[in-house]
Ligand binder design. Structure first.
Ligand code: GUN
Length: 293
């Protein structure tokens, strides 16, 4: 069993992006600039957003954080998005999710200029991804693909089972792994809460992607010997042992599943750490006008 080490990959990729920024600026390019909007004070969102801001500074990007109180009216938030869309210095614009219930996530995502949608959530980017055109790929699917590539994990003809059909992970990653070329050409099955015989389907997987958001749902008796297991789950539970008072648990019961795997991601230290890197890579692409010249 080999660990898919997100921590090592993230640190290598940050070094690569930092030198790309230096080269880009040396050849007359601008400083890549990511703007993040955070509404309210949700604990997990605060942690993710501060991770994004810190990562920007580490690789030499500019970062702007716009904060609103939880009761901001939707039209004020949309007006700010329009303003940031028009700001030529800003290459990437993201609104941290989830949003409070009185704000429509769909209206917000559609208000972001798709050319700055480095989260890859806008229907234009998702649609382009589906038909194989260049687009911003959202952070978690991009992190999963990067991990598969860096560890040279074969995907062609493999049986890949994705558990969870969210718009930001399950759906896009299942489409990406079934696309032509590497890392793709897999035979993908997308399972969800209404799937019958889930255990039987999951246990056929050469590559298993667990993205359902239920702590330790995948047990050893559901996993094929020699499978590659990628755990996207991050459930936060209270802990008296850690300094932060929180502990992260994956969707896979790691201790019993790991001995059966050829490769497995730990939680924490797996895919989660790559998501911020994917966001930086998309912002770099935007600064270089690669996807949308
Ligand atoms: N909330 C959880 N994951 C994400 C993400 O990748 N982007 C944004 N904007 N919000 C999130």
């Amino acid at each position: 069993m080999q660990l898919l080490d997100g921590k090592k990959m993230a640190s290598e990729m940050k070094t690569e992006i930092a030198s790309e920024v230096i080269q880009f600026k040396a050849s007359g390019g601008k400083t890549p600039h990511l703007a993040t909007i955070l509404v309210g004070h949700d604990g997990a969102s605060e942690t993710y957003v501060s991770g994004k801001v810190k990562a920007c500074h580490e690789v030499g990007f500019k970062s702007t954080l716009v904060r609103f109180e939880v009761d901001i009216p939707e039209n004020e938030l949309l007006a700010k998005i329009v303003e940031l869309n028009m700001d030529d210095d800003i290459d990437g614009l993201i609104v941290q999710l989830p949003l409070p219930p009185h704000i429509s996530e769909r209206n917000v995502i559609e208000a972001i200029d798709y050319r700055k949608d480095v989260d890859g959530f806008h229907p234009v980017n998702l649609g382009r991804m589906v038909i194989g055109m260049p687009s911003y790929i959202s952070a978690t699917p991009a992190g999963i693909l990067e991990m598969i590539k860096r560890y040279n994990i074969p995907t062609e003809g493999k049986s890949c089972v994705v558990v969870g059909r969210s718009n930001i992970v399950g759906k896009p990653v299942s489409i990406l792994l079934s696309r032509k070329g590497y890392p793709g050409d897999a035979t993908v099955t997308l399972c969800h809460s209404k799937t019958l015989n889930l255990k039987e389907i999951v246990s056929q997987a050469d590559i298993l992607i667990a993205a359902l958001g239920q702590a330790e749902f995948i047990k050893a008796d559901m996993v094929k010997e020699g499978a590659v297991v990628i755990d996207v789950g991050i459930t936060r539970i209270k802990s008296s042992v850690t300094k932060s008072g929180w502990k992260l648990i994956g969707d896979v019961k790691f201790d019993e599943v790991a001995p059966k795997c050829s490769y497995i991601t730990p939680v924490p230290g797996g895919v989660g750490l790559l998501t911020v890197i994917a966001l930086l890579k998309n912002t770099m692409l935007s600064a270089k006008r690669t996807i949308y010249p």
